[in-house]
Design a protein around this ligand. Structure first.
Ligand SMILES: [Zn+2]
Length: 311
């Protein structure tokens, strides 16, 4: 799936899925019923962004159940593997963890799972988040009914169809004329974690316009020369992160918006490495596109990981 020529950022943790989504099967009730009766079919149960994983210390993988052991809950088709195995997701309380198994969040294990499992968990968490929070018709308030494949819902009263929501967000690494990188600490973040700037795309706005607006709002810096880098889903709960580089022409002074940011500053590669090694700063985790964009600018892997707080 990953090709350096196609994806300048390389293999992003949550953009590695390998299972065919078989979109043509989503409304094929006979095929779906047969797949659900097939004992080879695998079901991934997700609850509040968590799933069961099997973790032996060296290797971590998802725990699936056969359909007849899946708990009742909203069901959705995830896809079909090259070997014919069909995967479903179910949004329901997690089954009891067996030996060597535990519940884990996508944020925690998204970068550790193999490609197939990372893709399945990202897809399942995104759909489950949508089903869990979009249960009624926005037009008349009736309870909606999921379609057979679980990728849309229909209102039984007015017939309106509803599709999963994804909110685009931009995330951008800004450099000054000396190729120093702009890093900021969000007022809401714990400890010494810093990252590049990010924000949601507003209605009626392009991604590029959002990059320019967000950087100006948060730091007073006016950027030019935007370059798109790549994207990855971030279903926490429903974002798609669009990565950019941008340049800050000379002669500008950082003016931090204290509502959003605690501080922001320029870092050369040497300054960043020294600050990270001295534990004066912590960088975003490798599951995030932010980490990949920073390392793409830096020119290689950087030490330091930021450990997410326990749920
Ligand atoms: Zn309705």
């Amino acid at each position: 799936m990953s090709s350096p020529a196609l994806y300048p950022l390389g293999s992003l943790a949550l953009a590695r899925g390998t299972v065919d989504r078989v979109t043509a099967r989503r409304l094929d009730k006979d095929w779906l019923d047969a797949a659900w009766k097939d004992p080879r079919t695998r079901v991934l149960v997700v609850s509040d962004g968590n799933a069961l994983v099997r973790d032996d210390g060296d290797h971590i993988e998802l725990v699936f159940v056969p359909p007849d052991q899946a708990p009742p809950g909203t069901r959705f088709l995830l896809g079909q593997d090259a070997d014919g195995t069909v995967y479903f997701g179910v949004s329901a309380p997690l089954p009891a963890a067996g030996d060597g198994e535990r519940a884990a969040s996508l944020r925690e294990v998204g970068a550790l799972l193999p490609d197939r499992d990372a893709g399945l968990l990202t897809h399942a968490v995104a759909l489950a988040n949508w089903h869990d929070t979009h249960t009624h018709c926005p037009l008349d308030g009736s309870a909606t009914v999921p379609d057979p494949g679980g990728h849309s819902t229909t209102c039984p009263v007015d017939g309106s169809e509803h599709f999963p929501r994804t909110d685009p967000a931009v995330i951008m690494l800004v450099t000054d004329p000396d190729d120093r990188c702009l890093l900021a600490r969000n007022a809401a973040w714990p400890g010494r974690r810093v990252s590049i700037l990010a924000g949601f795309v507003e209605p009626g706005e392009s991604a590029e316009q959002a990059v320019v607006r967000e950087v100006a709002e948060e730091t007073g810096i006016i950027v030019t020369s935007l370059r798109y880098l790549g994207s990855q889903p971030w279903p926490m709960p429903r974002s798609l992160m669009l990565g950019f580089r941008a340049q800050a022409p000379a002669g500008q002074v950082i003016a931090v918006d204290k509502e959003e940011l605690a501080e922001a500053d320029w870092f050369s590669r040497e300054e960043l490495l020294a600050a990270v090694q001295a534990r004066e700063l912590a960088l975003p985790p490798s599951v995030s596109i932010a980490r990949h964009i920073i390392e793409d600018w830096y020119g290689g892997p950087l030490p330091s990981t930021w450990t997410p707080p326990p749920r």
